[in-house]
Ligand binder design. Structure first.
Ligand code: GTB
Length: 217
């Protein structure tokens, strides 16, 4: 059955791989699954056809036969549970890998995402400078804890897993602010993720979309 995901017709990052379709592409590449991509504009995302697939009018989504999913974490969990290579077979190790997936999207991503909101959505407010400083401190606190836990390990819990895939994807978004590089072991961890052939294929695929000429209407 063909897998179809959705991605920005043109990502605001111009192809830096920071939009959340990249993590889904990466999981599909790790699993060796071919996939199609349906590109959607910001306008099309809010129209009924896409809203039926994604109730919040966002990307990414995943469609395969009569299965439709949204939420990048849930999509990656589905891919990981149904294909070898992204989750350990030992029940406890598997539960811990899933725990790290939740930690990535639930404990690490929120402050990182908040910085984007503080800069882009609230950047013109008179209190923006103070808020940005506070949010940056919250990111530093969380990354310091993660850095302590990772130590000099290669991956978060033994072999590379979907937990690392999501954590690396989330941490990548803290690089433009310079905060990721304040934690050399996390920066090296992210670089290890980026060096994986599957990540490189996923990155190249999203870059090709974001640098291709837009279709003329
Ligand atoms: N929790 C959901 C998930 O994990 O799937 C969040 C999905 C989400 O935020 N999607 C964003 C979206 O569709 C794209 S990824 N936004 C359009 C809208 O809400 O109207 C977020 C994103 C966007 C842009 C950059 N960037 O340019 O760097 C990075 C990340």
């Amino acid at each position: 059955m063909t897998i179809t995901i959705t991605a920005f017709e043109r990502s605001p990052d111009g192809g830096k791989g920071l939009a959340r379709d990249t993590r889904v592409r990466w999981a599909l590449e790790e699993a060796g699954l071919p996939y199609d991509v349906r590109l959607v504009s910001f306008q099309a995302m809010k129209e009924p056809t896409h809203m039926r697939v994604h109730p919040f009018g966002q990307i990414p989504t995943y469609e395969e036969g009569d299965l439709t999913l949204f939420e990048s974490g849930a999509i990656i969990l589905y891919i990981a549970e149904n294909n070898p290579g992204l989750l350990p077979s030992d029940a406890h190790a598997r539960a811990r890998a899933i725990m790290w997936m939740f930690a990535a999207v639930n404990s690490v991503e929120p402050p990182i995402f908040d910085l984007t909101t503080a800069k882009i959505v609230e950047g013109d407010k008179p209190w923006a400078e103070q808020r940005i400083a506070l949010v940056k401190d919250r990111i530093r606190q969380r990354l310091a804890q993660l850095s302590d836990r990772l130590g000099d390990a290669q991956w978060l819990d033994g072999e590379f897993s979907a937990g690392d895939l999501l954590m690396v994807s989330v941490l990548l978004r803290s690089r433009p602010s310079g905060i990721l590089d304040e934690f050399p072991n996390l920066a090296a961890y992210v670089a290890r993720g980026e060096a994986r052939p599957a990540y490189k294929r996923a990155f190249a695929a999203q870059l090709a979309v974001n640098t291709a000429p837009l279709p003329t209407t």
